[in-house]
Design a protein. Sequence first.
Length: 186
Amino acid sequence: MSSAAILPARQPLSQMSANTTQPTPECAACHKAIRERYLLKALDQLWHEDCLKCACCDCRLGEVGSTLFTKANLILCKRDYLRMFGATGLCSACNKQIPAFEMVMRARGNVYHMECFKCEACSHRFCVGDRFYLYDNKIVCEYDYEERVVFGNSNQMSSLDHLKRQTQKLIEVCDGSSGYASGDQA
């Protein structure tokens, strides 16, 4: 594998060649003279902006980033390089493969699909900044962690049990002991 930088030569060609007597540069892909205002330099060669493309998806590499990858005589964008040659792993929650180009979440040595990174007890999806815990190597939200560990309730509750418990607490709070006047006059 080889990784290379794409360097846009953002000077007009007239300025680049004004100080030299070199002929008009030639594109490494189409072998035609580069007469456009801008060109790309990659792999120690010069390219038309339209000619430096990924061999798989045909995207213009100058537009998708500043890096390209080469392997087996192919010029590739990062996504296709990882798709074809990158290592994949297994999600710690669903045990399905994670493609090398996919975004992941990590917790200690575990790796998760983005959609699998949620509380095992209540399926709460985490946002940036949310606190989570690894309990028995499973992801749990702060509330469920406190329920299991801090309050000693370590039995596995289903989401339905969790909702029933919350509903019962609300009923107890609102059942005549809310502190509001009932409308009866004393």
